[in-house]
Design a protein around this ligand. Structure first.
Ligand code: SD4
Length: 337
């Protein structure tokens, strides 16, 4: 082929390639920035994160701000207003992870208002990932956090006294579909049974960097010293900036057993959509012990690198909240049982 002929063919084929490329671009379009979070309480959390995301802030700052926001509120399962363990002590679990796999966590932290910010300090100021109990509190105080009162919130006092009457020192995990009054009903039932409300959130910023955070007082009326999935990287939260991220809510022991959020991210790496990846992780829990799974709840939410998201739960009742330029709403999760 002489040079002239080559150039002629080039001139004919170039527009065709250009068309193909523009199709591909549309298909791959990324929704960013975006933030997704567990439960309906995620709406106000997303709004807080959005203030940062919409002004070109980082996903790391956004998830911390969202978590700090809910830690300030009276909520059955988050922050110092949360429900105590079986000894009447509120112990907080939290973690945070950024797009470079930097991560920090605290577990069993007492009397500190913002465990997520302590987790971030662990990430940024220490060579470690997790600090627990008295050591986590000492670290928080050394870093300027203030020791708060150990008194329970009124809601927590009420729920705890109801729970004590039953004299059951077994942690109770409720199932959301017992809840008759719809998704906006109070977080616990008159019989003292507790609804989940752990806050897990994942954000992708304008630079397409993904971060996540989780904050919780953990399973209500747990044994003192018990740590759930929430502060465990790979269980309650996992971020891989090449693939996506996931977070969970529900019975932490079941999530830890399958390294739940790491599993969800690995399923996305294999090409599954966020929803399918969450579903496959839920299936893994159910497969291990179907009878047990019928009595508990676990929900995963996930986001991939395109800003596509999804969720799946064992039982009916798991909700998640989404905020992007295109939407601002609560979605009911699909469920398996
Ligand atoms: C835990 N996963 O401590 C937490 C509980 C939870 O909504 O998600 N509550 O096991």
């Amino acid at each position: 082929m002489n040079r002239r002929k080559f150039l002629q063919i080039g001139a004919i084929t170039t527009p065709l390639f250009a068309v193909k490329k523009s199709f591909a671009k549309n298909f791959d379009q990324t929704t960013k920035p975006i933030v997704i979070s567990t439960w309906d309480s995620g709406m106000s959390v997303n709004a807080e994160a959005w203030k940062i995301l919409s002004t070109k802030g980082t996903s790391l700052d956004a998830v911390e701000a969202g978590a700090v926001h809910i830690e300030n509120e009276i909520n059955c399962c988050v922050g110092l207003g949360g429900f105590p363990d079986r000894d009447g002590i509120v112990t907080l679990d939290s973690c945070i992870m950024d797009h470079q796999a930097n991560c920090g966590a605290v577990a069993g932290l007492e009397r500190i208002k913002h465990p997520v910010s302590v987790a971030r300090k662990v990430m940024e100021k220490t060579p470690h990932v997790i600090l627990v109990g008295a050591g986590a509190q000492q670290f928080a105080l050394e870093n300027g956090f203030v020791l708060e009162s150990s008194e329970l919130s009124n809601e927590a006092k009420h729920a705890y006294s109801k729970w004590l009457k039953k004299n059951e020192y077994t942690p109770v995990t409720n199932i959301e579909n017992k809840k008759q009054n719809g998704p906006f009903a109070p977080n616990f039932f008159e019989d003292g049974t507790v609804n989940h409300d752990t806050m897990g959130l994942i954000a992708m910023d304008a630079r397409e960097n993904i971060s996540g955070a989780v904050t919780t007082s953990g399973m209500a009326f747990k044994l003192h010293g018990r740590v759930g999935d929430s502060p465990i990287i790979g269980a309650g939260l996992f971020v891989d900036n090449e693939v996506g991220a996931a977070t969970s809510s529900g019975t932490g022991e079941e999530v830890i057993r399958i390294c739940g959020t790491h599993l969800v991210v690995e399923f996305m790496r294999q090409g599954y959509s966020p929803e399918m990846a969450c579903k496959k992780a839920v299936e893994r829990i159910i497969k291990r012990d179907m009878e047990k799974a019928k009595r508990l709840q676990v929900g995963f939410i996930a986001m991939n690198k395109k800003g596509q998201y999804g969720a799946y739960a064992i039982q009916k009742g798991f909700l998640f909240s989404v905020k992007s330029n295109n939407e601002n709403q609560i979605h009911p999760s699909k469920y398996l049982l």
